[in-house]
Design a protein around this ligand. Structure first.
Ligand SMILES: Nc1nc2c(c(=O)[nH]1)N[C@H]1C(S)=C(S)[C@@H](COP(=O)(O)OP(=O)(O)OC[C@H]3O[C@@H](n4cnc5c(=O)[nH]c(N)nc54)[C@H](O)[C@@H]3O)O[C@H]1N2
Ligand SMILES: Nc1nc2c(c(=O)[nH]1)N[C@H]1C(S)=C(S)[C@@H](COP(=O)(O)OP(=O)(O)OC[C@H]3O[C@@H](n4cnc5c(=O)[nH]c(N)nc54)[C@H](O)[C@@H]3O)O[C@H]1N2
Ligand code: SF4
Ligand SMILES: [Mo]
Length: 757
């Protein structure tokens, strides 16, 4: 299949049409282009299909991996998977091109005389064991740390967490979901008392109105965009509202596009609530039964909340956001219309903000005020970025403030329960929250952290204001478990541990809608590479904790982890059921069956609810409607830095392009990153498409080619840069200010000056 950007969107439309005409069993396959790969097979014939899940985005598309003579020849969509119904985007289709690339790291590497040299597993593991042991003995357990990923498997997350918190005795374990989903977690836990969405992908079929903000679903969750297109086609009355400071691909199917000044959306959401209440669209019965009100410090009344909203009339919000009062009234009316189902979706435009948690709260508010929640098609649905940020990090508790089963470090009872399950003394798990991501990398620079184990993530590329953390990468004893080399991070590594890739290992992902899915192993690991789980278990044994880690298989790990979820409201499915099923949504009462819960907090779907709706995790079973004060960006524009910079994604590339950059088809489609300018700004600056421009912030500068005009068109005063290339590295410019509650950095907004080079 010859591929270009334009014909991908066409493919989306075609596949959507196929679904609409009942051809959902149709799947597409992509030939392997072996020009840049080591030993990829030349034909796409298959003697075995292996059921798995795409390793890229949070959608978690089910895939079937075609294997012949021990090699992956092809990947196609799994038609029996409820999430993607057989569809895949290009990243999924072209995974076979990535597996066999000659930059796979297939032997352990140790830095000797400044250079990484091949070694044996034994030498590499002995070295890292002695370094970690020495540091723990000399400087205490908090001198070592682990930095993981929403792309790791659940078993890997569970074992890393148990090793660091339960065996070594440090809470210094965090991961890239801190850069991504932390604010969504903060939103769910403050509003509903527990993490993760109540809705599901099936809500796409039932919604009449979609409110999408801070999410470029067309590029970041393309298969969901295909479902959206399909829904609109089947039911042309469906209303799609897209609110974003930048016009992007998703706007192509929008009925209403709102472009507002970056960082001002809290005013928009409050003003929508104002109109909904003023015009009698609120569901007061629902509110009285299922909600309470808070100003973030104390409980308030509905009357006080309404009084608070008076500061956010559409006219006032129009001044703040740059929208018109009429536009705000119009979307509020569409959102709130009685008898219609509304589904909200958002991603990083909301989370990667210093007001991230609060903006999440305000989106939930809109659903709680209207009672448009916990019904098919009515839900506030945070889209998860990485495939298993939910399953492998949020659920296993592999962040510095969490424990498995949605427990928290700060709760003594939770610590006791987990210490008991792990068979360690109660005081082994410390009550003090560990270092969150940005603090952890700072601590590598100032000497608090001496040894760091990085797994399945590339922080030397993906951290904001990354130059400020370079010293840390250089100083710390850095272990990097990676499938490819070189990467921005392996270049600083003292030891590189070769990780088996996606289809070379078995395990479990937890995708965006509480969907737990099993990935079967399809082929043997490349060279001497090993599954991350095996490496972690070897490390634990060498550190002297063999008794705590007797596991032989991923299933053994799962069986222990399951016990950490027993009796919680996130009971997970049993391993044999997961192997059989094409995804099972938790909660799964008593871990029994393959059915799972389509929707949460509502009977009969949710086994913990007797009748109607019950927000059982919230205090007094009432979800909280928050009167959060308005908060803009950390770094407002000024005379010296007069433009806002936002950064984000393009369909073809995945983050730091260590994988998609190895795919010739994708590189042909999008060979280089660029910065989008509004045509008005471009004219004023004398910049035309293709010119190289310099983006200068208080932290550094970067030179990058300009793109002017649609489909990507930021508001005047805003520029949008892709950040997938390691050089030039856009994260030199971005800001590391974090949300006070979630500690998630504000990747989405900083102030820059623009010069033509
Ligand atoms: N192709 C592809 N898909 C991916 C990924 C990938 O790397 N490539 N990564 C995955 C991951 S981990 C993630 S987290 C997701 C991210 O998915 P998305 O968040 O959908 O993608 P982004 O491009 O990062 O940002 C989305 C939008 O946020 C908007 N935005 C900027 N400032 C504001 C603001 O103040 N308010 C609002 N409301 N919006 C604002 C930007 O204009 C941008 O269009 O994608 C996932 N899917
Ligand atoms: N400017 C800017 N920066 C951002 C963002 C933004 O919007 N703008 N978004 C942030 C967000 S939301 C996210 S999620 C992060 C993502 O940032 P990262 O996690 O740093 O980016 P990835 O490229 O996904 O890194 C995954 C790494 O794991 C390796 N890998 C692949 N498979 C395996 C495996 O099985 N085992 C091991 N050990 N390694 C493997 C890959 O080769 C790759 O190097 O970036 C953040 N950074
Ligand atoms: S939509 Fe996401 S999960 Fe599905 S094939 Fe594309 S990258 Fe993979
Ligand atoms: Mo992410």
């Amino acid at each position: 299949m010859e591929f270009s950007r334009r014909n991908f969107l066409k493919t989306c439309a075609i596949t959507a049409a196929m679904m609409a005409t009942g051809c959902s069993n149709q799947t597409q396959t992509a030939q392997v282009d072996s020009s840049k790969t080591n030993s990829a097979p030349k034909q796409n014939d298959v003697d075995q299909w292996v059921k798995s899940v795409c390793r890229y985005c949070g959608t978690g598309c089910g895939v079937l991996i075609g294997v012949k003579d021990g090699k992956v020849t092809v990947v196609k969509g799994d038609p029996d998977n409820e999430g993607n119904k057989g569809l895949l985007c290009v990243k999924g289709y072209y995974l076979p091109q990535v597996i066999y690339h000659n930059e796979r790291v297939t032997k352990p590497l140790i830095r000797k005389n400044g250079k990484l040299e091949e070694s044996t597993w034994d030498e590499a593991m002995e070295l890292i064991t002695s370094k970690f042991k020495e540091s723990i003995e000399k400087n205490g357990p908090d001198s070592v740390a682990f930095y993981g990923s929403g792309q790791q498997l659940a078993e890997e997350g569970y074992v890393a967490n148990k090793l660091f918190k339960g065996a070594i005795g440090t809470n210094n374990i965090d991961g890239n979901p801190r850069l991504c989903m932390a604010s969504a977690v903060g939103g769910f836990t403050t509003t509903f008392g527990a993490d993760e969405p109540m809705g599901c992908l099936d809500d796409f079929e039932h919604a009449d109105v979609f409110f999408i903000t801070g999410s470029n679903i067309a590029e970041a969750h393309p298969v969901l965009f295909a479902r959206l297109t399909d829904k609109k086609k089947k039911d042309p009355d469906t209303k799609i509202i897209i609110a974003d400071p930048r016009r992007h691909r998703s706007h192509e199917i929008a009925d209403i596009s709102l472009q507002f000044i970056a960082g001002t959306d809290m005013a928009l959401f409050h003003a929508m609530a104002y109109v909904i209440i003023e015009e009698g669209m609120a569901d007061e019965k629902f509110m009285a039964k299922h909600t309470s009100f808070s100003n973030g410090k104390e409980a308030i009344t509905f009357a006080e909340y309404k009084e608070f909203l008076k500061g956010f009339s559409p006219e006032r919000a129009a001044e703040i956001t740059g929208l018109t009062a009429d536009q705000i009234r119009e979307v509020a009316r569409i959102f709130g219309e009685k008898g219609k189902n509304t589904m909200s979706m958002w991603t990083m435009g909301i989370n990667q903000r210093v007001a991230g948690v609060w903006a999440n709260n305000l989106l939930h508010n809109l659903h709680l005020i209207t009672g448009k929640i916990c019904k098919p098609g009515s839900t506030s649905f945070s889209l998860t970025g990485q495939p298993s940020a939910c399953g492998s990090v949020r659920e296993t508790g592999a962040l510095s403030h969490l424990l498995p089963g949605h427990r928290v470090i700060a709760n003594e009872k939770h610590r006791k329960e987990i210490a008991e399950l792990w068979g360690v003394p109660a005081d082994r798990i410390k009550g003090q929250v560990g270092l969150h991501t940005m603090e952890m990398f700072k601590a590598c620079g100032d000497g608090r952290i001496k040894c760091l184990y990085v797994m399945c993530t590339n922080p030397a590329h993906s951290l904001p204001n990354v130059s400020a953390y370079q010293e840390g990468f250089e100083k710390v004893f850095l272990v990097v478990a990676e499938a490819f080399h070189p990467t921005a991070t392996t270049q600083y590594a003292d030891v590189v541990l070769p990780a088996a890739f996606w289809c070379e290992k078995e395990g479990v992902y937890g995708n965006t809608d509480r969907r737990t899915q099993h990935l079967a192993k399809a082929i043997e690991p490349a060279g001497e590479s090993k599954p991350d789980l095996d490496i972690l278990l070897d490390f634990a044994h060498r550190l002297g904790y063999a008794d705590m880690f007797p596991f032989k298989t991923p299933e053994d790990v799962w069986n222990e982890y399951l016990k950490c979820t027993t009796g919680t409201h996130m009971e997970l499915a049993a391993y044999p059921a997961l192997k059989e099923a094409h995804g099972i949504q938790w909660p799964v009462k008593d871990h029994k069956g393959t059915k799972g819960a389509t929707r949460r907090y509502v009977a009969p779907d949710d086994p913990y609810v007797k009748e109607g709706i019950d927000f059982y995790s919230a205090k007094d079973h009432k979800a909280v409607i928050f009167a959060r004060p308005y908060k803009g960006p950390a770094e407002p524009v000024d005379k010296e830095y007069p433009y806002y910079l936002t950064t984000g994604r393009v369909l073809e590339h995945w983050h730091t392009m260590t994988m998609t950059g190895k795919c010739p088809t994708i590189m042909k489609a999008v060979p280089k990153q660029y910065v989008e300018l509004n045509p008005k700004d471009a004219t004023e600056l004398g910049i035309i498409e293709g010119d190289v421009v310099r983006l200068i912030s208080r932290r550094g500068k970067v030179e990058i080619p300009a793109k002017v005009g649609r489909p990507g068109e930021p508001m005047p005063g805003l520029v949008f840069a892709l950040w997938f290339e390691p050089d030039p590295l856009v994260n030199i410019v971005t800001i590391d200010a974090v949300d006070a509650a979630s500690k998630e950095p504000e990747f989405k907004i900083c102030a820059v000056r623009i010069e033509k080079v």
